[in-house]
Design a protein around this ligand. Structure first.
Ligand SMILES: Cc1ncc(COP(=O)(O)O)c(C=O)c1O
Length: 451
């Protein structure tokens, strides 16, 4: 293609959908029938014609405070006008220190330090690097192996896909995914179907870590990383006792335990972090999404005191950790995050999510028995509805459900495989919960029943 070299002739072409290669999207199908979002407010998106669409998934599990909330919007505007950028390598700015202090008081136990990056994927890779470096600094340099879990999702960077357990995200990149092993996932439909909160069955699966330790030897293992509740592969709450057992085994063998709380952080399960809800203090917590309620990209890692201290032994002028991103602690992200945390506090949104949990679960589980529904799982303000796959075409029924939900039933939802995942902003009202599970989802299920 001949492209104009003169910037004056670079035509803006908002109606040309072709050049944007969309991630995690079937591009040709989307571009043939786009689902275009123009603006958002509180619980709703609006399409180009102004049609209101209920946000059933907090965007991508991130807009926990609801959309375009005024205090966050003004904080971002003020920050953009006051300090566009400041490096946080060798320099600093007040907002990011304020934010780290706030997080240190929110995080459980002695998770007293915050390392910042720009996404959940970077958070996962940062935590894995910190784990390996920490083991080396404390004289355990042979501990380089990382343990993840089947059906785990830790973003798309190389560390994250290595420990992740989603085959489609890994299979193309095989030879680069060395030095890891995986725990089995914790889902068993026969034993756990229609679970509310933590399933009773499956706590014993944490013992599989002992098997991996026997196989590889503890002296080769740096860290275990799990999502306390696996979100992206269909909402798998931890079985009762599972996370506590993992904690015990990690402590016994000198292995660091990392909770990936990119989804579960900031109120999704009715507490600041899932670690708090489940009463287990990991060695690191990764976060992103809800930290700014999705408004400005930001991610990070909370780190325990002892890990940070171990790095602080070199001479004063020497960099302790050779890791960081240009936009680490970006002023606008930090300002958005502080305003978001204020809003969560002022509206008591985490407790609100906790109080709504039963209502949400009751409404979701009422769909048991609906044609095609094979399982429903709920915890916090999250629900998953497994639909029967179309024979020979896995994922097609859910894809159609998503299309129909958007175009015909004014609902934005998330799908994975043939599962519908719902995780609305924490400001959802009881009436909107009824609308979601009593009207919209039944209509969507009906629309794909005869496929
Ligand atoms: C548990 C978990 N970790 C990491 C990520 C990756 O986050 P990002 O898409 O911001 O890189 C996600 C995204 O959904 C996630 O759910």
């Amino acid at each position: 293609m001949n492209k104009p070299t003169n910037p004056a002739s670079w035509e803006p072409s908002p109606n040309n959908l072709e050049p944007f290669w969309m991630g995690f999207t079937p591009n040709r199908a989307f571009k043939a029938r786009p689902r275009m979002i123009a603006r958002a407010k509180d619980m709703h998106y609006y399409d180009m014609s102004g049609r209101a669409i209920l946000d059933g998934s907090a965007g991508l599990w991130c807009t926990n405070a609801g959309h375009c909330r005024e205090p966050i919007v003004s904080a971002i505007q003020k920050s953009a006008a006051e300090l566009d950028f400041a490096p946080t390598f060798q320099y600093g700015h007040p907002k990011v220190f304020e934010l780290a202090s706030r997080l240190a008081t929110m995080a459980p136990g002695d998770l007293n330090y915050a390392f910042f990056c720009n996404s959940g994927s970077e958070a996962a890779d940062s935590a894995l690097k910190i784990a390996i470096a920490y083991q080396r600094i404390r004289g355990e340099g042979s501990r380089t192996r990382l343990i993840g879990r089947e059906r785990g999702y830790h973003g798309v960077n190389f560390g994250g896909i290595s420990v992740g357990g989603m085959v489609a995200n890994r299979k193309m990149f095989g030879s680069l995914l060395a030095g890891v092993d995986h725990l089995p996932h914790t889902y068993n439909r026969k034993e756990q179907a229609y679970s509310r909160g933590e399933p009773n069955w499956g706590g014993h699966l944490a013992e599989e870590l002992e098997r991996l330790v026997t196989l590889h030897d503890a002296s080769t293992i740096a860290a275990v990383i799990v999502e306390p509740m696996a979100g992206s592969t269909g909402v798998l709450a931890p079985p009762k006792g599972y996370l506590k057992k993992l904690r015990e085994i990690c402590t016994k063998h000198g292995i660091l335990l990392i909770f990936d709380e990119v989804i579960t952080g900031f109120g999704r399960l009715g507490a600041s972090f899932a670690a708090e809800r489940f009463g287990v203090v990991p060695d690191m917590i990764t976060f992103a999404k809800g930290i700014t309620s999705g408004t400005v990209p930001m991610g990070g890692v909370m780190v325990r005191q002892g890990i940070y201290d171990a790095f602080m032994n070199a001479n004063d002028h020497v960099i302790e950790l050779f890791h960081g991103y240009t936009y680490t602690g970006h002023p606008m992200a930090a300002a958005a995050a502080v305003a978001t945390l204020d809003l969560y506090r002022d509206e008591d949104l985490f407790a609100r999510a906790g109080k709504l949990e039963n209502k949400f679960a009751d409404a979701a589980h009422k769909l048991q028995g609906t044609q095609l529904v094979e399982d429903i799982r709920t915890i916090g303000l999250v629900a998953a509805i497994d639909m029967k796959p179309i024979e020979g075409k896995p994922g097609l029924r859910a894809y159609k459900a998503m299309e129909n939900a958007f175009h015909d039933h004014n609902l934005l939802l998330r799908i994975t495989g043939d599962t519908i995942a719902l995780s609305p902003p924490l400001i959802i009202t009881e009436n909107q919960i009824d609308e979601l599970f009593g009207e919209k989802i039944p209509a969507v299920l009906k629309s794909v029943a005869s496929l």
